[in-house]
Design a binder for this molecule. Structure first.
Ligand code: SF4
Length: 422
């Protein structure tokens, strides 16, 4: 297919596809799906080999958010039966982080619900970062605390944070339909503050909220312009008790096309498969490893993922390898820029995923669906489904239909007495 040959050539040269080419990837047929995966896989292997970076989420503060992000189980008015708790103590967060590192994670993502941190919250998170780094030498720490105020990114950087996550989530045109308590521009601003402070920016999207193909291409092109070092791609987990509970729009095939499109548009950036992979990719998860070079290990913020060991087995069975702590994730041309700018990622001055000049930024909250990896959209009703995520449904369910049995509220790890899934 001429389209795919063109996109591979551009990806290998780090050249931006046209909007029409990105749209054409989303419009390919199921007959062409494996060709699309093969083509995007060539670009993925050029820049990241067969390595898979593992990231581990620690939900520092869960639920009770005053913001109204429609996809989020922690939002104002959510009746999802998620865990609700206030700030973990530094040693509690460090214990959870250490479990993730022992499971193979090289980055720990510290996430807190809320519009944004107070200065006191930043102090608390700074102590948490120090506790984690004391116990886990060489580990990357990413903070995801919402919208930042002036000076807070610098303070997090001084405390040892390597990265900051704040997702754009969806296109600027559709943003108001998803959230009314803050704006798309607020999110862009926080990403840029993080970058200006020398933090590696992590910013991504949530697919499956009812957006059009054009919206998806818009947000991915906007991300390329911001030039984050990592782009988490979440697939909406339609939690009961949230406004998007009925939005079951994705099939495994569509999820793969979206990941391929992101890879072609951001060829040399860490593309991370985030929340919703078990729910929407289901048995096709291993194919996604040909497109992304990074996933979350174990559970999300408010929902459960498949067992951490199942993640490791999937990576090995598909012929990939877990990226070691001593390996630089980003290709040399991006990593070099990162080292001069601080952080563990990089910004490209003139190339890379970004077009983007040296001053740009990226950022947002969310991943997995929520605030950062807020992880995930919300979840079921009061009593959670005991069935583990990833378990087969009792009866065959048509592609694109609701797989509510795969949505499981997190009941272990941070904020509970049960050990974490890592
Ligand atoms: S995504 Fe973040 S800001 Fe939005 S409702 Fe969830 S916790 Fe609050």
């Amino acid at each position: 297919m001429d389209l795919l040959n063109t996109l591979v050539d551009k990806g290998l040269r780090r050249e931006l596809p046209t909007r029409d080419e990105a749209l054409a990837v989303l419009a390919t047929s199921d007959d062409d799906l494996l060709d699309v995966v093969t083509a995007a896989g060539k670009v993925r292997r050029q820049w990241f080999g067969r390595r898979v970076k593992l990231n581990y989420l620690v939900n520092l503060k869960s639920g009770l958010c005053p913001e109204d992000c429609s996809y989020c189980s922690q939002r104002l008015g959510s009746t999802a039966g998620i865990l609700k708790y206030t700030w973990l103590k530094p040693h509690e967060a460090a214990a959870a982080a250490t479990a993730g590192v022992a499971g193979g994670a090289k980055r720990v993502c510290l996430v807190a619900s809320g519009r944004g941190p107070t200065d006191r919250d930043v102090d608390r998170v700074s102590r948490t970062i120090e506790a984690i780094k004391e116990e886990n030498e060489g580990i990357e720490v990413c903070a995801c605390l919402g919208l930042l105020s002036a000076g807070q990114a610098d303070r997090l950087r001084e405390a040892g944070a390597d990265a900051y996550n704040h997702n754009l989530n969806t296109s600027e045109a559709t943003y108001e339909g998803i959230t009314t308590t803050h704006t798309y521009a607020d999110r862009v601003d926080t990403v840029q503050q993080a970058q200006a402070a020398g933090l590696s920016a992590c910013s991504g999207l949530i697919a499956g909220m009812g957006e059009t193909d054009a919206d998806l291409v818009d947000v991915v092109f906007a991300l390329r312009e911001l030039d984050p070092d990592s782009v988490p791609v979440n697939f909406l987990i339609p939690f009961e008790g949230t406004p998007l509970a009925e939005e079951w729009n994705l099939t495994p095939q569509r999820a793969l096309r979206i990941l391929a499109m992101v890879r072609f548009v951001c060829p040399d950036v860490e593309v991370r498969l985030a929340g919703g992979r078990e729910v929407h990719l289901r048995s096709l998860q291993p194919l996604a490893l040909h497109l992304v070079n990074s996933i979350f290990l174990g559970d999300y913020l408010t929902s459960e993922g498949q067992a951490g060991q199942a993640d490791l087995d999937m990576i090995a069975d598909a012929g990939f390898e877990v990226e070691g702590a001593g390996t630089v994730t980003l290709p040399q041309h991006r990593a070099d820029v990162a080292q001069t700018g601080g952080g563990c990622g990089s910004h490209e001055a003139g190339g890379g995923c970004g077009s983007h000049s040296e001053d740009a930024g990226c950022g947002s909250h969310a991943d997995g669906g929520g605030c950062g990896p807020c992880g995930s959209a919300a979840q079921s009703t009061p009593e959670p489904v005991a069935e583990p995520a990833g378990a087969p449904a009792q009866e065959p369910v048509p592609a694109g239909a609701a797989h509510t049995g795969l949505v499981a509220v997190r009941r272990r790890g941070a904020g509970t007495d049960l050990p974490p899934n890592a």
